[in-house]
Design a protein around this ligand. Structure first.
Ligand SMILES: [Zn+2]
Length: 464
């Protein structure tokens, strides 16, 4: 019997004990003395000026590059000069970064071991995984300090909205907590160490959702964290049954793992009576952006440097693929790494007053964007389909800038009028110039990893 089947055979109180034990182990790895020290220090630096944040970035970048050129085979081979800090940190950072070509995911995929820093004893390295371009997993190495810094970005942002480390909370993650054969509540388990109630995502059926809603109302929580798709499902049920949480009972909702879609935000905030604070991070520990009260994403400047390859630029923003340099990942340095996501950098400071770089959004992968003939990058097109009741499923595929193909699985009610309505919605976002081919299909193929993709474009990827 493996660990999972032993767990599944336990009575519920012992499963709770197992969850508590696992929670304690997790907390010990994450919330180390270095974590607390970093969090304290970043609370201070986060309230400093933009200039002082750049100075921290420059100092950490110089240290990273010095180590990379001496101890990391991938960078040693570049025969780089000594990085020189400049009295103007903005300029210094630009000059140092310009020594490096863009680092592609494929370079890491082909030789991940050549990114490991040899000055860190192997025994200190923790091994993780990151996803490759085709959905395959790649190995990744990091130190306990990197993990601590990642969590410092998370907890700085939570502390700012009044959420503390030992506050009770609800969690909607992907773990198999409740055996699938269990047909009655409780569809949740308790990690008493972390004051956490963990809900199963695999029992959220129509019949079972009322029990989840009861739990939302009766169990203690200061905040909620988890997959937005599951929070949306539950939130929808709470609203439909007229049982949202009273406003202010929960302080905040923190989505994780999936990107949050606009219509999910609306439902979740209403149902839980609390604001959502989004976060953008990557499994390589190279960048972190945390949401603010104005709904923007602020770069955690101490943790990483973000550049934008400008594809579209206006007075207010610059939009394009992100190049990230992780200041906290000392074991496998990623410098100017094209991480595969697209973001929109604001040119003006955020209304919330927090200094540093701020993004209007980070909106998924390059492939999630349609590029119009006039050069605009348009994301979030999945919104078009959410109100189209005559369509069961749809996907936009773009292979050239001049046109898109809309593949759709029609419902019986789908007719010419529905098609005109759909095209109008698309034109409202993409303009009149692009050609739109509508094709009805029986089903829409899933990706190799089983995920559904609303938009698939190869155009942005071929821009350069
Ligand atoms: Zn802000």
């Amino acid at each position: 019997m493996n660990a999972e089947s032993v767990y599944a055979a336990l009575p519920i109180p012992l499963q709770n004990l197992a969850c508590t034990w696992a929670g304690r182990q997790r907390a010990r790895t994450r919330f180390t003395p270095y974590f607390h020290e970093t969090l304290r220090s970043w609370h201070r630096s986060g309230f400093g000026s933009a200039e002082s944040l750049r100075e921290i970035q420059q100092a950490r970048l110089v240290e990273l590059v010095r180590r990379a050129r001496s101890f990391v085979p991938h960078y040693q081979a570049m025969k780089l000069g000594e990085p020189k800090p400049h009295p103007d940190p903005d300029r210094g950072i630009r000059e140092i970064l310009s020594m490096f070509p863009v680092l592609e995911k494929s370079e890491y995929r082909d030789a991940p071991e050549s990114f490991i820093a040899s000055d860190i004893p192997r025994s200190r390295l923790m091994k993780g995984k990151t996803s490759g371009t085709t959905g395959s997993a790649l190995p990744l190495w990091y130190t306990p300090e990197t993990l601590a810094e990642e969590y410092a970005t998370v907890w700085r942002s939570r502390n700012r909205v009044g959420v503390e480390l030992d506050d009770p909370h609800f969690s909607f993650g992907g773990q198999l907590l409740v055996p699938l054969r269990q047909k009655r509540p409780p569809f949740w388990r308790r990690n008493a160490w972390g004051h956490q109630t963990l809900f199963s995502l695999y029992h959220m059926t129509k019949e079972n959702l009322p029990a989840y809603i009861d739990a939302m109302h009766s169990l203690p929580a200061v905040y909620v964290q988890g997959y937005p798709s599951s929070l949306h499902l539950l939130g929808r049920a709470m609203l439909d049954s007229g049982r949202p949480l009273p406003s202010g009972r929960i302080k905040a909702v923190f989505p994780s793992s999936e990107s949050l879609l606009a219509f999910q935000r609306e439902v979740i905030e209403k149902a839980f009576g609390a604001p959502i604070f989004d976060r953008y991070g990557t499994s390589e520990f190279v960048v972190s952006m945390t949401g603010c009260s104005a709904g923007r994403l602020h770069v955690d400047m101490e943790f990483g440097i973000v550049e934008v390859e400008a594809e579209e630029e206006t007075e207010d923003f610059v939009r394009g693929p992100l190049l990230v340099t992780g200041l906290g990942n000392d074991a496998t340095p990623f410098i100017r790494y094209r991480v595969g996501d697209v973001g929109t950098l604001a040119k003006k400071p955020c209304d919330c007053g927090r200094p540093g770089d701020v993004f209007l959004d980070v909106d998924g992968r390059v492939e999630d964007y349609v590029v119009t003939p006039d050069g605009r990058w348009v994301g979030r097109l999945d919104h078009i389909f959410k109100d189209q009741l005559d369509i069961a499923e749809a996907q936009i595929v773009q292979a050239e800038r001049a046109s898109i193909e809309v593949r759709l699985v029609p419902r019986p009610s789908y007719d010419e009028r529905a098609e005109r309505r759909l095209i109008k919605e698309i034109r409202a976002r993409l303009g009149d110039e692009i050609r739109i081919d509508v094709r009805c299909v029986d089903e829409i193929a899933r990706e190799a990893n089983g995920k559904f993709r609303a938009v698939k474009s190869t155009v942005g990827r071929n821009v350069r």
